[in-house]
Design a protein. Structure first.
Length: 202
């Protein structure tokens, strides 16, 4: 049995931090895992910028409330879920993701947790497990599943390579050039067809 494992931001929804960068007028926050492979380093840097500007969960959630799934994302996800199990494996946080899950029809999401004080200021973050994307697909494989994975960033590469099939989706030219052996797609129709072919559905 196949399970498809998808990244969230950049694949199904816009990048939250880029949207918040634009809303807050802080261009430094546009940096994502497409730019920085070390997620812990990236998050600690982001939290430092938030503290510097006195921004917390309230302001970020206000931005997230205005974010919609990428055009065609829900239909793509619904189509996959009608034929196989799908898990979204993301380095985002529960406090950010739940409004987006509602708009996507509440798919299964594995992500992380923010630590915040009563004042709403973010003090830290707790990763679910180390190397969560890779270790999640390995755990799924250990209990008898074949995995197919897709994402757009550096932190997706391990889970993409670990399974029966893996694909880049709307990735950067630098990531695609550095990983020419991984098929790369730009449309949901192409990605859906590749996943269904890998799972023997067409």
């Amino acid at each position: 049995m196949y399970i498809t494992c998808l990244d969230l931001e950049g694949v199904l929804v816009p990048e939250i931090w880029i949207a918040f960068s634009e809303a807050s007028g802080i261009p430094e926050l546009k940096r994502t895992t497409r730019d920085e492979p070390d997620y812990g380093k990236l998050m600690n840097w982001r939290l430092g910028i938030l503290r510097e500007h006195g921004l917390g969960l309230k302001e970020i959630r206000e931005t997230i409330a205005g974010i919609d799934p990428l055009p065609g994302a829900k239909e793509f996800l619904d189509g996959l879920r009608a034929e196989m199990q799908v898990i979204i494996i993301s380095d985002t946080f529960t406090q950010f993701a739940m409004p987006l899950m509602k708009k996507l029809g509440y798919p299964t999401l594995f992500c992380n947790t923010l630590e915040a004080g009563e004042d709403g200021m973010i003090s830290g973050f707790r990763m679910r497990i180390r190397d969560s994307k890779l270790n999640t697909v390995k755990a799924l494989q250990q209990i008898g599943f074949e995995t197919i994975a897709s994402g757009d960033s550096y932190n997706d590469l391990d889970m993409i390579r670990a399974g029966s099939a893996g694909f880049l989706f709307r990735s950067t030219e630098a990531i695609k050039a550095a990983n020419p052996d991984i098929p790369a797609f730009e449309t949901f129709e192409e990605l859906s067809a590749a996943i269904r072919t890998a799972a023997g559905l067409q």
